[in-house]
Design a protein around this ligand. Structure first.
Ligand code: NI
Length: 187
């Protein structure tokens, strides 16, 4: 178990497409455990393996009993300032695949541990049907809605080298990156 350094923009590793996990081994389970440690330490609600520099299709999510539908609060996506006092409900998704998404959309104010302290409203399909392997290598399929649907799509995007800022206008993206630069300069 270890807390891994989180890769931040503009590191090119965040733009890489992650490889499918061929077999769920103890090594993969070790990566999942480290990803949970890292996510909880950063007070996030989701983390994709590429965010810790591992180019494999692995995602961890724990909404920690955040109530659904609280749009407007900072951070769907993976940076959410998760309440450390919340009940942990860890989920690992290996090789997650979006099988289908709803026509209906929803909008959340998203953040990302790789783009620290920057948020923007992102509109995505409101529901998604996902297939994945668990840490025993068993296959599952489920439809998600609410914050979980948004978080799942945000994390699967990471596995494909896509960031939430790719879903907003160029103008908004420029403003957000300027704010990030300023924040970094001010330490
Ligand atoms: Ni993210």
């Amino acid at each position: 178990m270890a807390i891994l350094p989180i890769v931040e923009v503009p590191d090119p590793v965040l733009r890489k497409v992650c490889e499918p996990v061929a077999e769920v081994t103890d090594e993969v389970r070790g990566i999942v455990a480290d990803m949970f440690d890292t996510m909880y330490d950063a007070r996030g609600i989701g983390l994709a393996a590429s965010q810790v520099g591992i180019l494999q299709r692995i995602v961890v999510i724990d909404l920690q009993e955040r109530p659904e539908g609280d749009e407007g609060d900072e951070g769907a996506g993976d940076e959410a300032d998760a309440d450390a006092g919340g009940t942990r409900n860890p989920h690992a998704f290996i090789n997650p695949e979006l099988l289908s998404v709803s026509e209906e959309t929803s909008t959340y104010n998203e953040g990302c541990l790789s783009i620290p302290e920057q948020y923007a409203e992102v509109t995505r399909p409101a529901r998604c049907h996902v297939r994945w392997l668990d840490t025993d290598g068993q296959s599952h399929e489920q439809e998600f809605d609410g914050l979980m649907a948004t978080c799942m799509q945000h994390e699967i995007d990471h596995l494909n080298g896509v960031l939430f800022t790719d879903h907003i206008s160029r103008l908004k993206r420029g403003m957000l990156m300027k704010k990030l630069d300023k924040m970094r300069r001010n330490g």
